[in-house]
Design a binder for this molecule. Structure first.
Ligand code: NDP
Length: 330
């Protein structure tokens, strides 16, 4: 590996003012870990933008290299499961928050956090999928685990034009489900039907306080929004249906009643990608390789350099970024 390499470094001054810039780092500055990866690509997630801008206290220690996702090649390993030359992917585990992350040419990590990258994907495709796509797959697996099948009826995806939502639409429709996609951006309707949505519903159908139990419509749902939207989704789920809840794009609260759970046997299945056990991660990536055509992401994926990341993080926080941003580092 190179003695000196480039990394995006977030640091704080004496007045606790945060800044992020690309700097040269030497290999002995890397944190402890039993596997060193030459990072081929990373990606800029909303959480990375929060870390880089300091808009939310994502970073737990300074200096920090952000980047919650990375894909690359093992260059050094004392972990029995990985050898130099292995292609790997990493999502979450607090990397980019508590442990130096993927927005650097090299990362040193706990090998238990890594999983082999499926041969179906290039490094850049894996980062086009990133935490968003892997979380979408975890949601689909949660629906399946609770018995929601293509013949159970229509499934709903909220926040459908976002990262998690759009991949959930593509996955579910590819698996044969009839998908209703909820979006606040009517101009994305063609994009969503292109991904396989059978119909597109306006977000406003779900934003007003509703009855504890509404008409039974959805066999299952993937919700990235939370708040009133999640409450209304639960109220409209069919007997013994399941909602996979993974996000809070519309709020942290949950102004619901227990009626759907105790009268219709509805399951609210929580989905967390960060600390998800490794077997489930491996299964999610195997399923992504089988069930997701990476070509569906091409129209919404742009590439950026390490030097672009600080500016793009500001744009992302301001809501001016559409789709996925991949950061090639090789
Ligand atoms: P994006 O920003 O790409 O998408 C979120 C979507 O939610 C938007 O595109 C929009 O969809 C919708 N939305 C945004 N604001 C509101 C609002 N105020 N009310 C209703 N809908 C809204 O984010 P991601 O897809 O990457 O992530 C979605 C959520 O999932 C986030 O809250 C994120 O923190 C969470 N997440 C959780 C993970 C976990 O491990 N549990 C992992 C990854 C993400 P549209 O334009 O179609 O209306």
């Amino acid at each position: 590996m190179k003695e000196q390499f480039r990394a995006l470094i977030i640091d704080r001054d004496d007045e606790k003012k945060q800044s992020a810039q690309v700097a040269a780092v030497s290999s002995d500055q890397l944190p402890d870990g039993d596997v060193t990866v030459e990072v081929a690509a990373s990606t800029l997630n909303y959480k990375d933008a929060l870390a880089i801008t300091g808009a939310s206290p994502v970073v737990r220690s300074f200096p920090m290299v952000p980047g919650i996702d990375l894909a690359g090649t093992v260059v050094e390993s004392s972990n029995a499961d990985f050898a130099p030359g292995d292609r790997v992917v990493l999502n979450g585990w607090g990397v980019g928050e508590k442990h130096w992350g993927g927005l650097a040419e090299y990362a040193r990590l706990d090998g238990n956090w890594l999983i082999p990258l499926e041969s179906a994907f290039t490094f850049e495709q894996a980062m086009g999928i990133g935490t968003a796509g892997y979380t979408a797959m975890l949601c689909v697996m949660a629906l399946e685990r609770h018995g929601v099948a293509p013949d159970s009826g229509e499934v709903l995806v909220t926040g459908a034009a976002g990262g998690v939502g759009s991949i959930a639409v593509a996955l579910l429709s590819g698996l044969g489900y009839r998908v209703a996609a909820v979006t606040g951006r009517h101009e994305e309707a063609d994009y969503l039907t292109g991904l396989g949505a059978a119909r597109v519903l306006p977000r406003t159908d779900f934003t007003e306080p509703g009855r504890p139990l509404a008409k039974e419509q959805w066999a299952g749902a993937v919700d990235v929004v939370g708040g009133q939207v999640l409450a209304n989704v639960c109220a409209g789920v069919k007997y013994r249906g399941t909602v996979a809840a993974c996000g809070l794009a519309g709020g942290m609260d949950f102004p619901a009643t227990v009626a759907p759970f105790i009268l219709r046997g509805v399951t609210l299945a929580g989905v967390d990608s960060v600390m998800c056990p490794v077997d489930e991660r491996r299964e999610a990536w195997r399923r992504l390789a089988r069930d997701l055509d990476p070509a569906v992401l091409e129209p919404v994926t742009t590439t950026a350099t390490l030097d672009d990341c600080a500016r793009l993080a500001d744009e992302m926080i301001a809501g001016r970024v559409r789709g996925r941003i991949v950061v090639p580092l090789g």
